[in-house]
Write a protein that binds this ligand. Structure first.
Ligand code: LHQ
Length: 267
């Protein structure tokens, strides 16, 4: 995949591609170009067979501060009538959310420092999250009279339950890394000194896993969220039929019987 982006750094290493949002002077807040580039990079990672795990992170002291407010100001919106077009603008973020959720391989958000506004919700769209203990999750929207966007209204109650979701969205208070772990907002919170090594080990482990099964696991779990048990079990049968035909299933069973570690190729 291409690496010469303006606002992204791309690092590819043994099946893991790390995408770093890189506008540190504005805490990696989104302008149009960075959003377009992130969509392009995610599309490329999805298609690249050599990529078996994606890590999304931010350069400098933050993960991201949401929409760049200097390039999307409410005063302008009122004057130009752009307010009715916010939903149009959001479609691009929605494309990114769908890409992450439908990509048949794991996507991990690595959050140190602040993750605010739509950056927070893009982190929640990822399959898993590792936080440093200096992480600050902030559904900043109500502070500026908005509602959570980028899927926040969907992801929050699924991750932390209804009451806490409403509290986080309405009070817009910061949640630190250890509290985010306690709430289930992140999978793991580690001291900042251990953050990079932890993310690397976590991503590397995923990149050496049964990638096709991981894709099917995503499909099973995300689709099962919105259907009844009968439909979920039918889907399970269909997806297990597919998993059963993979080389990694064959390898996993052989490794078990031969009492050795499986060598998954992702096929
Ligand atoms: C920023 C930003 C920023 C520009 C920090 N923009 N410069 C989607 C579609 C359409 C319409 C609207 O909304 C959306 C979705 C959204 O994401 S809405 C929510 C947008 N984000 C926010 O409301 C968060 C705004 N930022 C903050 O509240 C604070 O900066 C946080 C809490 C994130 C961090 O606070 P601090 O750690 O104290 O850092 P800071 O405030 O000093 O920021 C550092 C610099 O970054 C500063 O610039 P400066 O030139 O003074 O050093 C900020 O102006 C700039 N910055 N966020 N979103």
């Amino acid at each position: 995949m291409r690496t010469d982006f303006h606002h992204l750094l791309i690092q590819q290493d043994e099946g893991v591609v790390t995408i770093t949002m890189n506008r540190p002077e504005v805490l990696n807040s989104f302008n149009d170009l960075m959003l377009n580039e992130l969509i392009e990079a995610m599309e490329a990672a999805a298609q690249d067979e050599a990529v078996r795990c994606i890590v999304l992170t931010g350069a400098g002291r933050a993960f991201g501060a949401g929409q760049d407010l200097s390039s999307f100001a409410p005063a302008d919106a009122l004057e130009t009538g752009i307010a009715g077009q916010v939903s149009e603008h959001l479609k691009k973020y929605h494309k990114l959310v769908h890409l992450i959720r439908e990509m048949p391989k794991p996507v991990v958000a690595a959050v140190k420092g602040v993750a605010a506004g739509i950056s927070c919700n893009i982190a929640l769209a990822c399959d898993m999250r590792i936080a440093a203990d200096n992480a600050r999750f902030l559904e900043a929207f109500a502070r500026i009279g908005l509602i959570p966007d980028g899927g926040g209204g969907y992801f929050l109650p699924h991750l932390v339950g209804l009451g806490k979701a409403l509290e986080l969205a309405m009070l817009a208070d910061e949640v630190n890394g250890p509290e985010a772990e306690r709430l289930g907002l992140v999978n793991k919170c580690v001291p900042v000194a251990e953050f990079e090594a932890t993310v690397q080990a976590f991503a590397s482990r995923l990149a050496h896993g049964p990638t096709r099964a991981y894709g099917l696991i995503k499909e099973l779990i995300y689709k099962s969220l919105d259907v009844d048990l009968r439909t979920a079990l039918t889907l399970e049968g269909h997806l297990q039929d597919l998993a059963f035909t993979t080389a990694d299933n064959k390898e996993g069973v052989a490794a078990f019987l031969q009492k050795r570690k499986a060598n998954f190729t992702g096929k």
